[in-house]
Structure formats: structure tokens, C-alpha cells
Write a protein that binds this ligand. Structure first.
Ligand code: NAD
Ligand SMILES: O=C[C@H](O)CS(=O)(=O)O
Length: 492
């Protein structure tokens, strides 16, 4: 652990990237009430910054600024908007180390993962800057000689955004990038636990030339009030949300009154299936990457690991050996592979899922207790003999807890894998071509990883089916949710 006296800003080349103010209409502001809230380092429990606690009325002013500024931004040639996004990407990458340290300090993930997330977030800005220049329309042969039919695509307008704490930069980037690329304006409300990454991104966007009002970051402890403002303010044409399915339901209900355009990136419950023809060593490496990335705190982490009888013991033994090598500690320290969980309730949920599994017959293979570091650290844990009646088979654990389920029959494991209200990510390891084809088509998920545990990239359409969400982010498809299609019929 770093010395508690270490001020993480002393680790930065540019401490001014730590912005203890909200960014509204091109100005760095405090709350009129004078209220602020603490940003805490989950590894050490110390306060690393204070940011303003804006009121709903102050959020409404950011929306007003977004409405005023969007028209000129949309009128700019796409090439000009693309150049601003490219500059923003270049600044993100030039400041990658500082942005990573800020992220690790507020979210806890190891520096290696924070560096990766900054590159991932920047990748969306780079990608959609390029896509800005390819928003095409079409002409359609008219059924009458005196008519001409054309279709154009125009920016939706003001976008309201609410995002979670687990990827404090990437979850915003994959929304704000397509929005600004097509000429929308954007008001972001980052998670209360991790606002600093969003504010640092705004500082670099300002430097890159994003006009005042086009991108604002409002910090607030009252997420429900901000959500209601986004849903009830008619100037907001679209709500984009990433978070739990529970909150997604609330927002969709609130948005229904104005039939507001919504994108939803929600919860997951990923199955990870190891068949008897798999490369077991590759499957173990895939499971480590998939289960323990961000300490298990990702929407696409393996939540249930199904292993076919013939390779169950080999897989369990090799996974145990690798898990016991994982280095747990402060993410700001070199070599750390698993940081703390984000808050005490997150640790409580891991303990709850573990105890429920043990009560129903599971056995601890490794871990299964708080880490000697204490606080929000927990030992990476594997249990064997997991069964479908356990909480972990229907609820997202969101922590370093790997339950192994044994299976025999292929059709049976597909049925079990699909037996959930969620449908975001899924994974399986197999080599038989017929089996691979059958399984990848049978899994009811928006994302399928075949012989890999890592699927995150800006070039592919990311999103879920069933109650894991609506819409896709990233890829050429990710721009569609920020455009309205207009059909023009002209009599000549
Ligand atoms: N599908 C994806 O791309 C994706 C990505 C990351 C996280 N997630 C999901 O997010 C969850 C973990 O993140 P979390 O704990 O921050 O989720 P959460 O739903 O509790 O919170 C998400 C965001 O919504 C805000 N919020 C909470 N209640 C609200 C309300 N009533 N109105 C408006 N905003 C509200 C929070 O302050 C936060 O900023 C997990 O379920 C995970 O699967 C999904
Ligand atoms: O937690 C959810 C994120 O969307 C994970 S990913 O990094 O985008 O795959």
C-alpha cells in the first residue's frame, strides 16, 4: 500500500487535470448552494477531491446551453467536427498516464487496466470522428414521374447521459463520441463515485475545441433528480443510460411520457462454457481475463462458469493455480492485478452470493474470505459444485467470485446458459466446428466470445438482448442512435 500521506496529484505530470468543478456551458463552476461531495479512493479510503453537488435547476441550465449551442455545431462541416474529435483523441492519448492515475485513484482498478480503458475510451472518439464523415443519405426511385424521393439523416439534438462507476471514461466516450460526431450536444452526469475521469475528459475536450455548451459534465449526488430532468425536459431529445437493469426500467418508465428516444446498456449474467474438446489452458486464461477484469466489476464478466464433466477437474485445478497467483493491492502500485471493490456494499454482495452458494452445497476451492488488506479488498474466490438454484445463477455478482457448474450434455448447458432475464455477453471454448457453429447460434446474447474471454473493442456493436438493454454502442451501428432519419418527397 502507498503511504496514506501520498497525495495522488503528486503522481501526475499535469495536476490541473483533476477538476474540482463541474463543466457547464464552457465554464468551470461550483454549485450555487456551495454544496460539494467527496471523491474517495476505494483502496485507501482517503478523500482525493471534492466536486460540486449541482441542483436539478443547474442541470437544466446545462441543457439550455446544449440547446443553444447545438445548431451551430451541427452546421459545421462533418470534416470540421471530425478534426475536433481527432484532436480530442490525440490529447486523451498524450495524457494517458495522468488520466489512468486519476481513474485508478477514484475507481480502484489497477493502473494497467486504467491505461487500457483510456485507450479504449479514446478509441471511440477516434472511431466516431472518422464515422462523422460517412453519415450518408439515399435517393429512392419514385413510383410517380413527378416525384423525387430522398432520405437524409440529421442529429437527434440534445442528449442526456447517465453512466456507471466501473468504466468512468469508456462508458461516456462511447456515447459522447457518436453524439458530437453527428452534431448533437451532450450533457453527461457521471457516477457520483467516479466523476473525475469525466471532468478530465471535458477539460481535454475544451482544449480540443469542442464549443461551449456542446459538452457539459454535471456532477450531482441526486441521480434520480438528474434522471427526471433528462426525462421531463422537452429540450432533451434522447436519453442514453448505462447501468443496472433495475435503474434502466425506472428511466424507461420516466421517458415514456414524452416517448423519448432511449439507449439502454444494462445488466448482464454471462455464462462461460468449457466443452470437453476445448483447449483447457486457453480456457483457463480466458476465464481469468473474463472473470477477474476490473476485479469482476464489469457487465460482461463471466458470472457462471460451466465445465463439461471430462475436463472439469483439470480446469478447476489449473484455474485455482492461476487465481492463487493473482496480486491483490492498491491499483496505483506496480504489479497489482486486482484492486479493491468499489464500495462496502459491493463486498457485502460477494459475501452474500458466496454464503448462499455454500448453504446450497458449493465448496470453496480457493479464497472465500476477506483479504488481509482489509477494507474493500476480497480474496479472489472459486467455488465448485455450483447449481442453478443458487443466487449466483440469476444475479450479477459483480466481484471476484467464480462459481464452477458441472455439466454433461450440450443441449442441457445451452438451456441453462440461456435461463436468465439477461442477454448481454456469453463465452464458450470448443474446437469442433459443428459444435462451435451450433452453440454460437443457440446462445441468446448480444455478444458471443468464441475461444476468448475478452470482447471489448470500439469497432464492434456492443449491446444486449432481453433485459440487458436496447441499442448498440461502438461500430458503424453505434452512430445510428444519435441520428433521425428524414424522408423527403418532392414534386418536381
Ligand atoms: N451494458 C453495459 O454496457 C454496462 C456497462 C457498465 C455497467 N453496466 C451495469 O451497471 C451496473 C453497475 O453499475 P452501477 O452500480 O453504477 O449501476 P446503477 O444502475 O446503480 O447506476 C448507474 C448510474 O445510474 C445512476 N442512477 C441510479 N439510480 C438512478 C435513478 N433512479 N435515476 C437516474 N440515475 C440513477 C447512478 O448514480 C449511476 O450513475 C451493473 O448492473 C452492470 O452490469 C452495464
Ligand atoms: O462493464 C461494462 C463495460 O461495457 C465492459 S466493456 O469494457 O465495454 O466490455
Amino acid at each position: 500500500m502507498l503511504d496514506d500521506a501520498t497525495d495522488f496529484k503528486s503522481l501526475l505530470s499535469d495536476p490541473s487535470l483533476v477538476c474540482e468543478a463541474a463543466y457547464v456551458d464552457g465554464e468551470w463552476v461550483q454549485a450555487e448552494s456551495g454544496k460539494s461531495f467527496d471523491v474517495v479512493n476505494p483502496a485507501r479510503g482517503d478523500v482525493i477531491a471534492k466536486v460540486p453537488d449541482l441542483s436539478r435547476a443547474e442541470v437544466a441550465r446545462a441543457i439550455d446551453a446544449a440547446e443553444r449551442s447545438r445548431h451551430d455545431w451541427a452546421k459545421r462541416p462533418a470534416k470540421e467536427r471530425a478534426a475536433v474529435l481527432r484532436k480530442w483523441y490525440d490529447l486523451m492519448m498524450a495524457n494517458q498516464e495522468d488520466l489512468a492515475r486519476i481513474m485508478t485513484a477514484e475507481q480502484g482498478k489497477p493502473l494497467t487496466e486504467s491505461r487500457g480503458e483510456i485507450a479504449y475510451a479514446g478509441g471511440f472518439i477516434e472511431w466516431f470522428g472518422e464515422e462523422a464523415k460517412r453519415v450518408y443519405g439515399e435517393t429512392i426511385p419514385a413510383p410517380q414521374a413527378d416525384k423525387r424521393i430522398s432520405v437524409i439523416r440529421q442529429p437527434v439534438g440534445v442528449v442526456g447521459s447517465i453512466t456507471p462507476w466501473n468504466f468512468p471514461a469508456a462508458m461516456i466516450a462511447r456515447k459522447v463520441a457518436p453524439a458530437l460526431a453527428v452534431g448533437c450536444s451532450f450533457v453527461a452526469r457521471p457516477a457520483q463515485l467516479t466523476p473525475l475521469s469525466a471532468l478530465a475528459m471535458a477539460k481535454l475536450a475544451e482544449e480540443a475545441g469542442v464549443p461551449a455548451g456542446v459538452f457539459s459534465v454535471v456532477t450531482s449526488t441526486s441521480s434520480s433528480e438528474v434522471g427526471k430532468e433528462f426525462c421531463e425536459n422537452p429540450k432533451v431529445r434522447k436519453l442514453t443510460f448505462t447501468g443496472s437493469t433495475e435503474v434502466g426500467r425506472i428511466l424507461l418508465s420516466q421517458a415514456a411520457d414524452q416517448v423519448k428516444k432511449c439507449s439502454m446498456e444494462l445488466g448482464g449474467n454471462a455464462p462461460f462454457i468449457v466443452f470437453d474438446d476445448a483447449d483447457v489452458d486457453a480456457a483457463v486464461d480466458g476465464a481469468i481475463a473474463c472473470k477477474f477484469r476490473n476485479n469482476g466489476q464489469t457487465c460482461v464478466c463471466a458470472n457462471r462458469i460451466y465445465v463439461q464433466d471430462a475436463v472439469y477437474d483439470e480446469f478447476a485445478k489449473k484455474l485455482k493455480a492461476k487465481v492463487e497467483q493473482l496480486s491483490v493491492g492498491d491499483g496505483l502500485e506496480d504489479g497489482t492485478e486486482l484492486g479493491p471493490l468499489i464500495e462496502p456494499d459491493a463486498v457485502k454482495k460477494v459475501r452474500e452470493h458466496l454464503q448462499d452458494a455454500l448453504d446450497k452445497g458449493a465448496k470453496v476451492l480457493t479464497g472465500g474470505e476477506d483479504h488481509p488488506l482489509g477494507g474493500q479488498f476480497f480474496k479472489p474466490t472459486i467455488v465448485t459444485e455450483a447449481t442453478q438454484d443458487m443466487k449466483v445463477s440469476t444475479e450479477e455478482t459483480f466481484g471476484p467470485f467464480a462459481p464452477l457448474f458441472r455439466f454433461t450434455d450440450v443441449d442441457d448447458v445451452i438451456e441453462k446458459a440461456n435461463d436468465t432475464i439477461f442477454g448481454l455477453a456469453s463465452y464458450f471454448f470448443a474446437r469442433d466446428l459443428s459444435r462451435v457453429t451450433k452453440v454460437q447460434e443457440a446462445l441468446e446474447y448480444g455478444i458471443v466470445g468464441v475461444n476468448t474471454g475478452l470482447i471489448s473493442t470500439e469497432v464492434a456493436p456492443f449491446g444486449g438482448v432481453k433485459q440487458s438493454g436496447l441499442g448498440r454502442e461502438g461500430s458503424r451501428h453505434g452512430i445510428d442512435d444519435y441520428l433521425e432519419m428524414k424522408y423527403i418527397c418532392t414534386v418536381v
